[in-house]
Design a protein around this ligand. Structure first.
Ligand SMILES: *[C@@H]1O[C@H](CO)[C@@H](O)[C@H](O)[C@H]1NC(C)=O
Ligand SMILES: *[C@@H]1O[C@H](CO)[C@@H](O)[C@H](O)[C@H]1NC(C)=O
Ligand SMILES: *[C@@H]1O[C@H](CO)[C@@H](O)[C@H](O)[C@H]1NC(C)=O
Ligand SMILES: *[C@@H]1O[C@H](CO)[C@@H](O)[C@H](O)[C@H]1NC(C)=O
Length: 806
């Protein structure tokens, strides 16, 4: 009796078996016309022949179903493609394979999505083991999921012109998010931020100028490399990667935090392991390297939202945090930004409101896009107090950043916040300590008379260097903008502050007056002297450096002018800007912006040594400036005289290359061989004294020496040393490197000693730069990428190994 099951249970059992069968039956190779899938909790799907991938519905929380392709053997849900990310469907929605393609309809029968096809009627569909879902007839593929990627590329997949990957919104929200990766129709591979939910582009944040612009397609090849190929099929760029073998699943995904990362996961054949070892680990592609530092937009919130700031962890993943006094606008979405928890400051005069505020001190933090006023304190002592005070009494001031006498006021909302040990200086964020007693209330937007503000230092020239901390990085967008503008031979006006600064022609008389008769000498060289001066533009006075070229100047006036114009076209934050010139017969003068902190030589070899991070910034800044001169300018400029005396420091200690372009004006290439070369290991590349063509690689050599000097804080040649082997820095550095004793190089330098990995990398880069064989030296582009960590530094050979071959 008891063994006889009631009929309805049998019925259920049969139904269950049927479901099971249909599930396996679906795992066929060809999916025939008329087949369908229904969004439900039963998890039916179409599987690829070896089961690596599956096509079907995935339930996304309580929000609905996503029609997707996923890695079917990996325990963690990993979606490689989806159809309706911005329009999830409800239970009962149906996908059907028709001869016109795939059609997704909601339970009411409204069409939500359709694949569309081209080139005939569909005969069948197939989920392939590559992760590609295809619709085909006997002769061709009429549609492929590979051609319409969402946020992920798989091995074998190709991104053609105008194809983009759009990041998902968050870890759990698969909607189109805030970033995209595109191979533009102009051949540039770019990363952009986009406004979400609007499908509007903000600005580019990668590359920092380093990919070639003649790409045609991006191919994820079988060994796990992403290669950008041109029309002829030659590889023009390979994304940094370790590659991977066929034993690994691979994917490259633009993730919700804006970083393009490549992952691998072992294909487990071991049944007993239950897939426990099947987890994704990152292979080396991580673009951009540090999203917190790299995003810079003319407008927008940056990697995090407004009023928040971005911090990168050791896994290179960003976190968005609110400063004290602020909380997340949406506690469930830290990218939406932060809001003040306190009542805003009153702008009414005499409200006494200032007493109710103080500052939260945040070291190494900046909101570089929120500057509205720059206060340069005349003397450093007490200047931080003055900076705080200036912000306290200013109701528009939400925060200040402060560094060595420079004070930048920031307005609300604070944007593009970042916190990183690489940033020098600190931010002081204003917050309320007491609630106001006299409720100012109402509209506090009454505009203060501009003249009430503390004196704005109207130094457009100074503003070229942007806000204090910002000097650390050459940010992608900036670089691109400058680059394009330079090509158009226009002078930019960053932030609109810069007065009209097309190259000015000055009379000798005016310059004589400006320098009080060439009274104060800033420096003297073999072929020029530099004087301090003050010039007036538009009622504002600017400090300038006037360089008087003594002799050997090209007599041909036309040529002088042409050279000067080409220098004047350059515009980069790591170059000293040329403001004007004077060309009156024998009087040939060049007028530059004045650099308040003198030359790197004085700074580096003086009594107080700059700290490690500042030296790192200077090394990077110089490399970027040189890269710009070599590769980004409309006419390539060789410097030919890179040395610490020619690297100047502006008011925020940003490295600014000076005297570029002079080589040509002074015909340095001829004077070179007869003067100036003493010793064997100066800054001068060996090809100068051999009968070899002089190329950009001479600057790379000099840069290598400079880099060693920056690392070790000492001159390239020093006679007063403990041990003769230390006399020539380049030799000693190689010895230390080869014997694994790099710590000798940074003895007594605690900061650098704690960064030995970085020291090692920098030494390796320097050793590459000073290779005797110019062709072995990297380009400045490569130097920048290596220093930034975007590409790895190979083990350098012994620098003079090529001498014997001459
Ligand atoms: C799938 O269908 C196509 C066209 O009908 C046929 O050529 C192919 O052999 C089929 N493949 C399999 C594995 O059945
Ligand atoms: C996912 O993000 C989008 C874009 O912000 C938003 O419109 C949508 O409501 C989010 N979905 C869920 C389920 O939170
Ligand atoms: C993939 O690309 C890399 C780097 O460009 C290359 O070394 C490798 O040979 C390529 N592999 C295949 C299978 O084409
Ligand atoms: C100010 O008042 C608000 C509520 O009106 C309160 O939440 C906040 O804690 C007060 N702040 C201070 C500093 O007293």
């Amino acid at each position: 009796m008891a063994s006889l099951a009631p009929p309805y249970i049998l019925c259920f059992f049969l139904l269950f078996m049927l479901l099971l069968c249909s599930s396996t039956a679906q795992a066929q190779r060809n999916i025939s016309l008329g087949s369908s899938l229904t969004a439900a909790n039963n998890n039916l799907f179409w599987e690829s022949p070896y089961g690596h991938f599956a096509f079907g519905f995935q339930q996304i929380g309580k929000d609905g179903f996503l029609l997707a392709i996923w890695f079917n053997k990996i325990p963690e849900r990993t979606i490689a493609w989806s159809a309706n990310r911005d329009n999830l469907v409800q239970q009962g929605s149906k996908l059907e394979l028709t001869k016109l393609g795939l059609v997704l309809k909601d339970p009411k029968g409204n069409q939500i999505w359709a694949s569309g096809i081209s080139g005939g009627d569909v005969a069948y569909g197939a989920m392939l083991d590559t992760g590609n879902f295809v619709l085909a007839n006997s002769s061709a593929h009429l549609w492929e999921s590979f051609k319409e990627p969402t946020d992920t590329l798989l091995v074998g997949q190709t991104m053609s012109l105008n194809t983009r990957l759009v990041a998902r919104y968050s870890k759990t929200n698969y909607s189109s998010g805030r970033f995209y990766f595109i191979l533009q129709s102009d051949g540039n591979l770019m990363l952009y931020t986009r406004n979400s939910p609007l499908d509007a582009t903000n600005s580019a944040y990668w590359p920092a100028s380093d990919t070639p612009n003649n790409g045609f397609q991006l191919i994820f090849n079988q060994s796990g490399y992403l290669n950008l190929e041109d029309k002829n099929g030659s590889i023009v760029y390979t994304l940094p990667s370790k590659g991977a073998t066929r034993d690994f699943y691979q994917r490259a995904t633009l993730e919700y935090d804006g970083v393009f990362r490549q992952y691998v996961c072992p294909k487990s054949s071991d049944q007993s392991s239950n897939g426990e070892n099947m987890v994704w680990t990152r292979s080396s592609t991580t673009i951009p390297f540090n999203i917190c530092l790299v995003i810079i937009q003319r407008t927008g919130g940056g990697a995090c939202g407004f009023n928040s700031y971005c911090i990168i962890n050791s896994e290179l993943r960003p976190t968005c945090l609110c400063p004290e006094g602020y909380t997340y606008i949406d506690p469930n979405d830290d990218t939406k930004g932060c809001k003040q928890t306190f009542e805003a400051q009153s702008c009414d005069e005499g409200s006494g409101d200032a007493d109710d505020f103080d500052f939260v001190n945040m070291e190494h933090t900046d909101w570089p896009l929120s500057d509205y006023e720059h206060l340069q304190m005349a003397s450093e002592s007490g200047s931080e107090d003055k900076c705080r005070k200036a912000c306290l009494v200013d109701c528009f001031c939400a925060a200040v950043t402060f560094y060595k006498g420079d004070c930048w006021k920031k307005r609300s909302p604070l944007s593009n916040g970042m916190s990183d040990p690489y940033l020098s200086g600190k931010a002081l964020v204003k917050r309320r300590t007491h609630n106001s007693t006299s409720k100012a209330g109402g509209t506090n937007a009454r505009k203060k008379d501009q003249s009430n503000h503390s004196t704005l230092v109207l130094s457009g020239i100074v503003l070229l260097s942007s806000s204090v901390f910002f000097n650390v990085l050459l940010l992608a967008a900036d670089f691109l903008v400058l680059f394009r503008i330079c090509k158009k031979a226009k002078v930019i006006k960053p932030n609109g502050f810069l007065p009209e600064m097309n190259l000015h022609s000055f009379t000798y008389a005016k310059l004589e007056a400006a320098t009080s008769g060439f009274k104060e000498v800033l420096g003297r060289g073999a072929s020029s002297s530099v004087f301090k001066g003050v010039l007036t533009f538009d009622d504002n006075q600017f400090m300038v450096a006037v360089k008087k070229l003594e002799h050997k100047v090209n007599e041909n006036g036309q040529e002088f002018k042409a050279e000067v114009t080409s220098i004047g076209c350059t515009n980069h934050k790591n170059l000293v800007q040329l403001i004007g010139f004077c060309d009156e017969g024998l009087h040939k003068l060049l007028i530059y912006e004045y650099m308040s902190n003198g030359s790197l030589a004085t700074f580096l070899f003086g009594p107080s040594k700059p700290n490690w991070l500042l030296r790192v910034q200077i090394a990077l800044g110089t490399a970027r400036g040189l890269f710009y001169l070599h590769e980004e300018c409309s006419t390539q400029i060789l410097h030919c005289d890179i040395k610490p005396q020619n690297i100047l420091l502006d008011d925020s200690y940003t490295a600014r290359i000076s005297d570029f372009g002079l080589a040509k004006i002074l015909k340095m290439d001829q004077t070179r061989t007869t003067t100036g070369i003493r010793g064997t290991k100066g800054y001068v590349a060996p090809e100068w004294f051999r009968n070899m063509p002089v190329t950009v690689k001479v600057d790379v050599y000099s840069y290598g020496i400079l880099l060693l000097e920056l690392i070790c804080c000492r001159k390239n040649i020093e006679e007063d040393v403990k041990d003769d082997t230390q006399m020539i820095l380049a030799d000693w550095a190689y010895d230390c490197y080869a014997s694994g004793k790099l710590d000798f190089l940074v003895e007594n330098d605690c900061e650098a000693s704690q960064e030995m990995k970085m020291v090692e990398k920098y030494v390796m880069v320097a050793l590459w730069c000073i290779q005797e064989d110019p062709s072995l030296r990297p380009t400045m582009k490569k130097v920048v990428l290596m220093l930034e960590g975007t590409i790895e530094v190979p083990v350098p050979p012994y620098p003079t190994s090529f001498i014997s071959s001459i």
